[in-house]
Ligand binder design. Sequence first.
Ligand code: ACM
Length: 411
Amino acid sequence: MIEEYDLRIGLKNETTYEGQLTSKSIWGVLRGLETFIQLIHPSENGPFFQIQKTNITDYPRFTHRGLLVDTSRHFISLSNLYANLDAMSYNKLNVFHWHITDDQSFPYESKMFPLLSQKGAYDPSLVYSQQDVQNIIEYAKLRGIRVIPEFDTPGHTRSWGVAYPEILTQCFDNNKPNGKYGPMNPIKKLTYTFLKYLYKEINETFPDNYIHIGGDEVDKDCWLSNPDIQEFMAQNNIKDPEQFQTIFHEILYEIGSSLGSKLIVWEEIYAEGVNITKDVAVQVWAKSKYFDQVTEDGLNAILSSCWYLDHLSTGGDWKKYYECDPYDYVSSEKQRKFILGGEACMWSEVVDDSNLLTRIWPRASATAEKLWSSENVNSFTSAQPRLEEHTCRMKNRGIPAQPPNGAGFCV
Ligand code: ACM
């Protein structure tokens, strides 16, 4: 995406003002229009608006400026997802990371495997149909936003097992199945056949080059408790579950590259020594040290560890998000070119339609500014009134953003 634009508002002659917005691409035009909106102020003495005379050349510091929304722990209605995409565009964010499935529910209607949502969604009404997904992608596209789907594997997949328990691992206690299912079963051919067809569908459904395949928080104890997996590991001289997980991910990479997709994985895949190829990007969420190591190894990285919106603090807690800069997490300048950008993450264990927008906005605006503006835009005291104004602007445009700081009002 070329997002650079040039905006000039000035005097044409004695009586006429002229504005001009130019960009090499439509994406830059969209960003420039957002800036244009920000230049408009109510006039001090009358019911009019005025615009500042200015020349702006502007472009983002990072190409990947995202927001993750989890629609598995709670279903989020289409109207809120649309409003959220509006708000993302008001903040010049350009990637909607759709964490669409997880343990708790499977709300994506698959063409290939419709049972996944028929059995794995919370309710038949809480499903994104194929048409819904296309509508979201189109709505996002018109606002300059890419949609990257995440189908997290091999962990976080309990909801998949309601329809297809045979692709999950049966967990054992004292050599007996304990009735629970763990991560996907990496020793079954069926698992990969299933994923191949599903990822093929996902690749055709979502036009973005990237698919996020997850890889976080895999329950290794369940794997190790399963006698078939124990036998497989012994026969293949596999010493530890991390090495075992490598098998799964290397086959998933093959599936991804056979589809021509680029992949994003959570940091565990890197941390556990899975062989990662250069076209895989690593998203760091728990241990910031991996951001340094990933970029030192010449791999692309996405930062999220300092931008977890489910971590609430008292007062105007946007400040902690504003204090986070991706450059602070790498130890040398040469690593900077491997920083794709970052994402704020809205996990939805205690978030649904009633609080999604208020919880994200304007807190994610802090992340958005860190990812767009140059590194020397870092003053908390100058950002504070700007964020107040921006919050009022979002409210005026229909986003129920919460107050960023203390007491105040919007006109
Ligand atoms: C994560 O928060 N488990 C990525």
